[in-house]
Design a protein. Structure first.
Length: 456
């Protein structure tokens, strides 16, 4: 076996057969232990009807090695699941009905990631200190999320421990942010830091690499363009979440950004003629990962009117080319407190590099830098027409489509066809058109219509 195959990252490794291991427990054995453990702890065996003892009751009901399964704060987590409308039978069915799917993009932390077969939940192995910190965090964290469900913070639905081979393997169950039923054309892990924040060559070779801050600034110098109220809602939600994390002295978290390019997907579908969504996800099932867009829409007070399926949970946006996007976002890796080791790490890095550019920082500065980067570099506001069609951007509309309905005629008049503008166009349309479309003729049209419009 080659040295590359023997290489381990943290507790994650590969056994001689090529199977992934975690603390020397194979991934298949760990998945089986997780599903059996959750079935017994959540399923409540006491509800089963009494019967006589049978011979098979003395036989081992599974083929896995001996293990012990422990659940942390089961009552608290059950309450938290109920708070988000998750029933015990649905929770157990999602996690235990079919095999868990191991994710290959596990990152540099050495953690293992699994996704439930219905795409609803992510299961992640966590370190002892992280599990300990989550338990201390539970009361205040749950209280804040109970009062404010409009959040991008992760939802923790369970914390468990599998004891196998003399080792403790702790796992956390969370909501899935990036649905596998929707192809992510780009994925970023953003912290607002520039020191060593570029994807490695090994990461870039992956099928769906996770890029970082410097990559985003290079790939999208103009950022992701959002409608005004959407941009305000995103920034307000990020600000509120950062205040909560700062109050718990949490830092080194990231914003996970998944981008689905609708126009590119249409082109791919035409070429392939067989592209279709993953059918593993049952139709009509609640999308737990849609809480991000639900939070943004609730904060903005309106639904986006892009020609997209809002049920997918993506936030409508545009890139600098004017292409239609669905953006999936969520704050991840929040189980990092500003302990002594982090203070020492920042002090050492600050001696060698610019202290303001490194990732590890005191919570208050980290939160401020995080917000500034997300709301000024990543997400940017665009002025759109107040005509009920915020998806219409003049630079993306073909001339042949620039006539037909009121909104399109307004754009057409702004590009040199004033005669086609309807006489009954509202004042708000002409005013906003003059502001949002960067053509000299707009100001002339706007002034002319303002002079002819009676003042109220």
């Amino acid at each position: 076996m080659s040295q590359a195959m023997k290489k381990t990252i943290g507790h994650r490794g590969i056994d001689p057969t090529g199977e992934t291991t975690y603390k020397k427990t194979t991934s298949s054995a760990l998945k089986g232990a997780i599903q059996l453990g959750i079935t017994h702890t959540v399923g409540s065996l006491s509800q089963k009807p009494e019967r006589d003892v049978l011979l098979q009751d003395f036989e081992v009901a599974h083929h896995y090695g001996d293990f012990r399964f422990k659940t942390y704060a089961p009552i608290a987590f059950r309450y938290f699941r109920e708070m988000f409308g998750i029933r015990p039978d649905d929770y157990m069915y999602s996690l235990c009905n079919e095999r868990l799917i191991e994710l290959s993009n596990s990152g540099a932390s050495g953690s293992l990631f699994y996704v439930s077969s219905d795409d609803e939940y992510i299961i992640k192995t966590v370190q002892h200190k992280e599990a300990e910190f989550l338990q201390k965090l539970l009361p205040g964290y749950f209280m804040n999320l109970n009062q404010n469900k409009r959040t991008l913070l992760p939802k923790f639905y369970g914390l468990y421990c599998v004891q196998a081979g003399g080792k403790n393997i702790r796992i956390a169950v969370m909501n899935n942010l990036l649905p596998s039923a929707v192809r992510m054309h780009l994925k970023y892990d953003l912290k607002g830091s520039t020191y060593k924040r570029r994807a490695s060559a090994k990461e870039r070779d992956k099928a769906v690499p996770t890029y970082k801050d410097l990559d985003f600034m290079q790939d999208m110098p103009e950022g992701l363009l959002l409608e005004g109220d959407k941009h305000n809602a995103v920034c307000k939600t990020i600000q509120r979440d950062c205040l909560l994390l700062q109050s718990f002295k949490i830092m080194d978290y990231s914003l996970l950004v998944g981008i689905h390019n609708l126009d590119q997907a249409c082109r791919e579908q035409v070429r392939e003629e067989a592209a279709s969504l993953d059918q593993r996800r049952p139709q009509g099932q609640k999308s737990l990962y849609s809480t991000a867009i639900e939070a943004i829409q609730a904060e903005a007070g309106s639904m986006g009117s892009l020609d997209t399926e809002d049920k997918t949970g993506g936030i409508p946006a545009r890139n600098s080319k004017g292409e239609r996007l669905l953006v999936y976002i969520g704050i991840i890796d929040i189980l990092q407190s500003y302990r002594l080791v982090k203070k020492l790490e920042h002090s050492w890095k600050a001696l060698v590099h610019d202290g303001d550019t490194v990732s590890v920082h005191r919570p208050s500065f980290y939160a401020e830098r995080f917000q500034k980067f997300m709301c000024s570099t990543v997400f940017r506001k665009i002025s759109l027409m107040q005509s009920g069609r915020p998806d219409l951007l003049p630079k993306t509309i073909p001339p042949s489509n620039a006539a037909g309905n009121t909104a399109e005629t307004a754009v057409s008049s702004s590009t040199g066809n004033p005669g086609s503008a309807p006489t009954s166009q509202p004042v708000t349309h002409s005013q906003d058109t003059g502001k949002s479309v960067g053509v000299d003729l707009n100001s002339m049209l706007s002034k002319a219509q303002e002079n002819n419009t009676p003042k109220r």
